[in-house]
Write a protein that binds this ligand. Structure first.
Ligand code: ZN
Ligand code: ZN
Length: 336
């Protein structure tokens, strides 16, 4: 099978011919139909973060495909099921986090395309309990971006507690942002889209943003203050400066939801403003299997749109360049 492999943090990925993996006990073998390219895959391939994966490894955590074989003891999935392989590849199911609905915080978790091989390949093995069924009304191509970009922003809007008529500023209209703004609208919020390129702002408007702000030409903090300030700011751009702007755009009682993970990740937060304005700052990491099932249900019901362009896995390195240059519409999806 063909797989895109990280062999070194300082070298391009290699397209290798590898044997199709055999599913171990409790695992399924998935023949991939699509896998989205997330910014996290680029951070993984470059070893950008404090906790690093160990080369060689296969990135990819927006994998969608069909179960082709079952490992020993698997009864929850069947051959022929179409499933998604998400970032949360495994959690223990027994710890306090797992049993209280926070499996995404499990300290024993394994992550697809990071600590275990992911879905930038024609086949992948995955834990049968942690693949998420994809409903018939959702194509594999569209399910792929929903599997990380979708569930991550859906969860961010959930933890922000957006209620109808609240103003939600979405900083960064890309793979995540174009979905975040749709979930904010579904929750009843008014949406301000912030980005630094006009095509992304046009996309935000097309998807229903009430206002857009070009942070390259306008100070987003001033502009959002002029609009009354944000009740919720969602930081999706991998830039500490954008996080600080998101913080300063909040009105009293506002919530900053931190989602992007800039490689150089420190933000300066003024304590005085945080206290006097009663600001909440919360980190939000992906979402649970149940959150992803909800994301798929919304999409199957026609409540969200996925904006993505198809690519071949052979072009993985040029696709990284495209994402880093911010020239992609919203998401790139490898089609197998
Ligand atoms: Zn991701
Ligand atoms: Zn656990």
């Amino acid at each position: 099978m063909k797989a895109a492999v990280v062999t070194d943090f300082h070298a391009p990925l290699r397209i290798e011919d590898r044997p199709v993996p055999a599913p171990g006990p409790g695992q399924v073998l998935v023949r991939l139909e699509a896998c989205g390219l997330c910014h996290t895959d680029i951070h993984a391939a470059h070893g950008d973060w404090p906790v690093k994966p160990s080369p060689p490894f296969v990135p990819g955590h927006e994998g969608v495909g069909v179960v082709e074989a079952l490992g020993a003891g698997v009864s929850v999935r069947q051959i022929g099921d179409r499933v998604a392989i998400a970032w949360l590849g495994y959690a223990c199911g027994r710890c306090g986090y797992c049993i209280s609905g926070w499996e995404t915080l499990c300290e024993s978790q394994r992550n697809s395309g990071y600590s275990v091989d992911g879905a930038f390949a024609e086949y992948a093995v995955a834990d049968a309990d942690f693949v998420v069924p994809v409903p018939d009304g959702v194509s594999s191509f569209e399910a792929a971006p929903l599997t990380c970009a979708g569930v991550t922003t859906y969860k961010a809007i959930k933890v922000a507690g957006v209620s109808p008529t609240q103003t939600v500023a979405v900083f960064g209209i890309g793979g995540l942002g174009h979905l975040a703004l749709q979930y904010a609208r579904i929750a009843g919020g008014f949406v301000i889209g912030v980005d630094i390129t006009e095509p992304k702002l046009a996309l935000a408007t097309e998807l229903g943003a009430d206002h857009v702000v070009n942070a390259a030409t306008t100070d987003p903090v001033e502009e959002i203050a002029r609009l009354g300030g944000a009740d919720v700011a969602v930081a999706l751009a991998a830039s500490p400066r954008s996080f600080e702007q998101a913080f300063r755009s909040l009105r009293r009682g506002g919530r900053l939801v931190c989602v992007a993970l800039p490689a150089d990740g420190t933000m300066a937060i003024p304590i005085f403003d945080t206290v006097l304005k009663g600001i909440t700052i919360v980190g939000s990491i992906v979402g649970t299997r149940n959150d992803l099932a909800e994301v798929f249900r919304l999409h199957a019901a026609g409540r969200t749109r996925v904006i993505a362009a198809g690519r071949k896995i052979d072009d993985v390195n040029s696709c990284f360049d495209e994402v880093l240059a911010s020239t992609v519409p919203a998401r790139l999806v490898f089609e197998f």
